[in-house]
Ligand binder design. Structure first.
Ligand SMILES: [Ca+2]
Ligand SMILES: [Ca+2]
Ligand SMILES: [Ca+2]
Length: 427
């Protein structure tokens, strides 16, 4: 480790310990000064921030996103030494970000203030949007009500003493990912306004920002999730999932090429043809590393793989049991013409019977999946013909085959509990 890096690491550690909460510094200054191995830089940075506080300022940590520390250390000019960003508010409670740089001796000095707008910093992120090796600073200022403003700053080289705000735009949520696959991060700004949603992609070349936009489905009322993923043909995509009025969820899938962003799920009707009941989000349902999007009504949904030209093909079908908290990827014999019936709802032995109809063969029951609860559930899971799929704290999931069209392995391999990570990308 170089000396600079070692000092930076020590400083980051000290700050992490000391600044876990916004009010720590003002409330417990003496405690802080008694921390072991307090680095010189930290004390000196603390003094600089203290001057702002003494002049009527206050600490104002970001209120959203994943970077919420009051003081954050990031290398914003690509020279290997982190700058320090202090999230503060002035005497009128207007948020501001004070940036401190280190000189050749490792001493911090006040560099610039990014004057804020609104009531708080709602989110902060760092990404190299032009591929020059230095991170740009992405700030979301919280305005009145739900109004938010996205601003991007490039702090440039050390001899440049002025802040450079590259642009500002209304924003509901934003995602940073390399959507066009050129190796440089793209900034995706999701705007929701009076029942109309828009995705704006910003790309930065040098300090020149270009924008391209595409609409979300007509009629979306609230965005629920936005995650980057891969399409069936390997292209990068952004999956934006929204409420469509009260009628369910839809997914808008966006790709980019040649500086243009495109909604590949937009139909001639002006919306994505992926409507399904609430609770189900795009996922890699079949384990091929590409994302699939569910669509359909009722319990049995089809999951479609997509390619960048918008073509979609069914990749899997699932029975989704929202009440029981599990889903079952239907193996081949069940993937067409299957229906289900629930028995014993609310009781200790809830059963879902899978029936195949259609074709030349008569309708027949092929499979039962049980959720066994209450006393002696283990005994009931061991009843002749049943086998255990999963044991949870208070429930045992078991199954029974009624014909020889499926194997026990078919059922074991395709049964899943719905865990919380389904919601991981929630907005
Ligand atoms: Ca950059
Ligand atoms: Ca890119
Ligand atoms: Ca997949």
């Amino acid at each position: 480790m170089t000396d600079t890096r070692r000092r930076a690491a020590a400083l980051i550690l000290a700050l992490t310990l000391a600044l876990a909460c916004a009010g720590c510094m003002s409330a417990n200054v003496e405690d802080l000064y008694s921390l072991p191995q307090m680095s010189e830089e930290y004390v000196q940075l603390q003094e600089l921030v203290g001057q702002v506080i003494a002049a009527g300022g206050s600490y104002a940590a970001p209120t959203g996103g994943s970077n919420r520390q009051t003081i954050q250390l990031r290398d914003l000019d690509g020279d290997g030494t982190p700058e320090a960003l202090a999230f503060l508010a002035d005497e009128n409670h207007t948020p501001m970000v004070c940036v401190y740089r280190q000189d050749a001796h490792g001493d911090y000095y006040h560099y610039i203030v990014l004057p804020g707008d609104g009531t708080a910093v709602a989110g902060v992120d760092y990404a190299d949007l032009n591929g020059d090796g230095a991170s740009e600073l992405i700030l979301v200022w919280q305005g009145g009500g739900s109004l938010k403003m996205l601003s991007v700053y490039s702090l440039g080289s050390a001899d440049q003493s002025e802040q450079e705000c590259l642009f500002s735009a209304d924003c509901s949520e934003f995602v940073v990912c390399d959507l066009d696959g050129d190796g440089v991060e793209d900034l995706l700004n999701l705007q929701m306004d009076a029942g109309a949603g828009t995705l704006v992609m910003y790309q930065l070349e040098g300090s020149q920002m270009t924008a391209s936009e595409a609409a979300l489905s007509t009629g979306v009322t609230a965005m629920r999730r936005a995650v980057a993923g891969t399409l069936a043909d390997g292209a990068a995509a952004l999956f934006v999932e929204s409420d469509l009025g009260g009628s369910g969820l839809v997914t808008d899938v966006f790709t980019a090429a040649d500086g243009r962003v495109k909604n590949i799920t937009m139909s001639v009707l002006g919306r994505s043809d992926t409507l399904r009941p609430d609770g189900l989000f795009a996922a890699d349902i079949n384990g091929d590393r590409a994302m699939e999007v569910p669509a359909g009504s009722g319990d049995i949904l089809t999951w479609y793989g997509l390619s960048a030209d918008g073509a979609r093909s069914p990749a899997a079908a699932t029975y989704y049991d929202a009440v029981g908290g599990w889903y079952f990827v239907l193996p081949e014999p069940l993937s067409n013409g299957v229906s289900t019936e629930e028995h014993g709802a609310g009781g200790p032995e809830r059963a879902i019977v899978f029936t195949i109809s259609g074709g030349t063969t008569p309708q027949r029951n092929v499979l039962v999946i049980y959720a066994l609860t209450g006393d002696n559930r283990l005994d009931r899971a061991a009843v002749d013909g049943r086998f255990i799929l999963r044991q949870e704290d208070r429930v045992i999931y078991a199954a029974q085959l009624l014909t020889d069209e499926l194997t026990e392995e078919d059922i074991q391999d395709n049964f899943y509990i719905i865990y919380d990570q389904w919601q991981a990308g929630d907005l």
